[in-house]
Design a binder for this molecule. Structure first.
Ligand SMILES: [Zn+2]
Ligand SMILES: [Zn+2]
Length: 385
């Protein structure tokens, strides 16, 4: 049996708009995961298991006697952003919206499941992984902690993300590093607050905090090799001072991006050294907490060549490109690549608003490209006899 192209486009568009109207925050994707599981069952998959790592869903489809298995992954969660778009299918869940296009990712992976379940054309096992809480950087880990690799084994994995600014129908990826690690930090300086007219009798923390903000800018420019790509951004400086009272406490929060665990470790170590030095110089106490939210994403070179080959066959060589450099955004998909090789790639979303913008919307014209890529990479990697 084959599926009519127009019907599939209409189906995916309807699913995507339904998901868009009912966005759910990470680990709260109850309605979304129930919808996904119901659709996968309707398509006749061999096994559909919900509740993997919280609200995650894994569907399994087998054809032929092949013993190899590959996974396709989509993310289902939305963001705490109030939608400002006016589409008839706009968010009905106040303060939550699909501002990263995970509604589109979910719909196109469902489309691929429907295609492959109806038309086959491969020999082996496909795992359809719908993960929760990508935006937190926690959903993939939750599924891994819940035994996704042991319960639904697979040898390689593929994922797609829409890309505003890239034309619809265009496909881009690169071998090696493609998305960065995201580390978060919070530095607290503690002294003694007091009267704004008498700074010399206290240990105020604001001037120390300003020196520290400037000092942190030297980590990338003066401590890391110029050959490395990294970003250290201070995003918040909060004190307990008021207009005529010097603060006794200052908190500096921020975000660091890098493409290797060694560079991430260097950034943390330099941050501790600089913070300690400045705190001593200003005679205040300090604590640094440094957490790793996302690991860097490395595409397997051989499987990336396969993905590029599939995309060239489907979309034409002129619509497929190798990204010249990695992106400093982060992606939870990287957690799966700690276990198996795979490839993460971008599909054009045209001239939409940027990701995480209140006017963003996934362009339904991209759905068919995503569904076809997912289905074809399966047929390429698990060839039918
Ligand atoms: Zn996002
Ligand atoms: Zn996203």
């Amino acid at each position: 049996m084959t599926i009519d192209h127009e019907t599939l486009v209409q189906d995916m568009t309807a699913w995507r708009r339904g998901l868009h109207a009912h966005p759910e925050f990470g680990f709260e994707e109850q309605r979304t995961s129930a919808f996904v599981a119901a659709k996968l069952r309707e398509f006749g998959l061999d096994e559909v298991v919900a509740g993997v790592g919280g609200t995650g869903v894994v569907g399994t489809l087998k054809r032929g006697g092949g013993n190899r298995a590959i996974a396709l992954r989509a993310d289902m969660d939305a963001l705490r952003i109030a939608e400002q778009g006016e589409a008839p299918y706009r968010s009905q869940n106040a303060g939550v919206m699909h501002a990263c296009g995970h509604d589109g990712h979910t719909a196109m992976l469902l489309g691929a499941a429907k295609l492959l379940a109806a038309a086959g054309g491969f020999n082996g096992t496909v795992r359809f992984i719908f993960q929760p809480a990508e935006e937190w950087g926690r959903g993939a880990l939750a599924m891994l902690d819940d035994g996704v690799m042991e319960r639904f084994p697979f040898e390689e994995i593929y994922g797609l993300h829409n890309a505003p600014g890239l034309a619809i129908g265009q496909f881009q990826t690169r071998p090696g590093a493609i998305m960065s690690a995201e580390d978060n930090f919070e530095i607290v300086l503690r002294g003694v607050g007091g009267h704004a007219a008498r700074p010399h009798v206290g240990k105020e923390t604001l001037v120390a905090a300003c020196a520290l903000v400037m000092g942190l800018q030297t980590i990338v420019s003066r401590r890391l090799s110029p050959a490395e790509i990294a970003v250290v951004s201070v995003t918040e400086l909060i004190t307990d001072g008021t207009r005529n009272a010097l603060p006794g406490e200052a908190r500096i929060l921020g975000d660091a991006r890098s493409f290797s665990p060694a560079v991430s470790a260097d950034i943390e170590q330099q941050m501790r050294v600089i913070t300690d030095g400045i705190a001593r110089a200003y005679n205040v106490e300090q604590t640094v907490s440094y957490t790793r939210e996302f690991v860097p994403l490395f595409n397997d070179p051989a499987l990336t060549r396969e993905a590029l080959g599939v995309a060239q066959d489907l979309f034409g060589a002129g619509n497929v490109s190798v990204a010249p450099e990695p992106f400093t955004g982060s992606e939870d998909f990287a957690r799966f690549l700690d276990h198996v090789p795979g490839c993460f790639a971008f599909l054009g979303n045209g001239d939409s608003a940027p990701l995480h913008n209140p006017h963003y919307d996934f362009d339904d014209a991209g759905l068919i490209h995503g569904a076809r890529f997912h289905a074809e990479i399966v047929r390429r990697r698990l060839p039918a006899a």
